[in-house]
Ligand binder design. Sequence first.
Ligand SMILES: [Zn+2]
Length: 201
Amino acid sequence: MNLPEPIQNLVNALSRLPGIGPKTASRLAFFLLNAPEDLTRGLAEALLEIKTSIVYCQRCFNITSSGRDLCEICGNENRDSQVICVVEEPLDVVALERTNEYHGCYHVLHGVLSPIEGVGPEDLKIQELLERVQEGEIKEIILATNPSMEGDATAMYLQHRLMSSIVKVTRLARGLPVGGDLEYADPSTLMRALAGRQEMS
Ligand SMILES: [Zn+2]
């Protein structure tokens, strides 16, 4: 049976989301078909809003509300702006913030180096990081890319690029599940990885 076009369109759109296969997409589509209108309207509005109301922080490239240059963290005077934790995605910032133990700032790369997928240094916010370091007020860079092959390679690359600067470069301690994402690590594991960070040499 062919589904009516509007439903099929919704199923197609939902199945493009990460972790959602065709079966789940159909189930969600039919759920939404029968859901109260305030839910579907709220969802539709929220979806449109994230595209118009969220921008990237001009210093660290974390997400922030439009109309602001700096995110809440960069704009907070109580945060230590001399320590920068380098992560792959804004979700990693959320994960590290959940530990309540990190009081420095961040730099979001928006991806990792991946020759297979054609992602090179110029596709990530690497130049922007180097510029922050060149401005000279940074004491430590914590490389907190995921413990995956690409995450490790990106950390090595950054360490190499930062070698000529006097800044201390550390890497999160092992103990995070290998190949796992920071965003899925529980706060106490992340806290230990952060506390046990080691200088790269
Ligand atoms: Zn920021």
